[in-house]
Design a protein around this ligand. Structure first.
Ligand SMILES: Nc1ncnc2c1ncn2[C@@H]1O[C@H](COP(=O)(O)OP(=O)(O)OP(=O)(O)O)[C@@H](O)[C@H]1O
Ligand SMILES: [Mg+2]
Length: 256
């Protein structure tokens, strides 16, 4: 199963959700790959620390610009994270200068083609930049499911409708099989009025809001700094349990 976590709004929890769901998948015995498509490289640093590999996703995309190249190129960019069953294709800031060329040469299907030929992974989680650009579109085209983090503010609700329209356009033009698997409510403050009201509006509108919402917790930042997903950093903490419950609701076929 290939999932992309996307929202063009920044700081809503894309990277946190990708790395934590992927770590849970790996802990359940699935051979799991995280692909970081964000020039910021936050997922790469979350899983690896500051020592990032030379071979990263920029090298893969650069290869697609070389005419006549026959090998896939993605396999050479996979790095072991040190966490059992969890591999990573890291990102780097070279993605920035490549984007224009990739766009001009219409390489937006290359990631999907490469992943179609890579059959060793049971689960793939793709982290995206906070923009609808070449890389996030590549990810939406390459995936079967999209998860949308939502951080409970009113601007985020407005942005959500634009986002759903953008996804519908990609479905129509490139990827009919793409399923909006769910909206993941992040940094949820159950005691506050506005988040509860916003959540109720989304549910009333029939949007696929997933349970449970993820609370705000300082453990998230700590786990980023420790370069350890929450199930390893604070396995008994409420927020790790919420991620596990969320994973279970998304993957009933892969119980612990
Ligand atoms: N549940 C949470 N509780 C507390 N802090 C959180 C939570 N989720 C995310 N954060 C913090 O919010 C910030 C943004 O999170 P994250 O990097 O996962 O979002 P993002 O959508 O990937 O951001 P960007 O758009 O910049 O890539 C980080 O500093 C992270 O530690
Ligand atoms: Mg991010």
């Amino acid at each position: 199963m290939r999932r992309v976590v996307f929202n063009q709004k920044g700081g809503v929890g894309k990277t946190t959700i990708v790395c934590n769901l992927a770590a849970i998948a790996a802990s359940r015995g699935l051979n799991t790959l995280v692909i970081d498509l964000d020039i910021q490289g936050n997922a790469s640093r979350y899983l690896l620390g500051d020592d990032l590999p030379q071979d990263d996703i920029a090298r893969f995309f650069e290869g697609t610009l070389r005419f006549g190249r026959t090998d896939n190129g993605l396999e050479q960019c996979i790095t072991d994270t040190g966490i059992k069953n969890l591999s990573l294709v890291a990102a780097s800031n070279e993605l920035d200068h490549l984007a224009g060329k990739l766009e001009a040469k219409q390489k937006v299907h290359k990631l999907r083609q490469a992943l179609d030929r890579l059959d060793e992974f049971d689960a793939v989680y793709i982290d995206t930049p906070p923009a609808l650009n070449f890389y996030s579109r590549s990810a939406l085209i390459a995936s079967q499911r999209v998860l949308i983090p939502f951080d409970c503010d009113d601007f985020a609700r407005q942005a959500l409708y634009t986002l759903l329209e953008n996804i519908a356009e990609i479905q129509a033009d490139h990827n009919e099989a793409l399923d909006v698997e769910g909206i993941i409510v992040n940094q949820f403050a159950a005691q506050a009025r506005l988040p509860r009201e916003l959540l109720a509006i989304l549910i009333d509108e029939g949007l696929p809001v997933r349970e449970p919402p993820i609370s705000a917790s300082v453990k998230v930042k700590e786990s980023h700094e420790a370069h350890q997903p929450l199930i390893h950093y604070a396995p008994r903490h409420k927020i790790a349990e919420q991620f596990v419950a969320l994973y279970d609701s998304l993957n009933p076929q892969n119980p612990r």
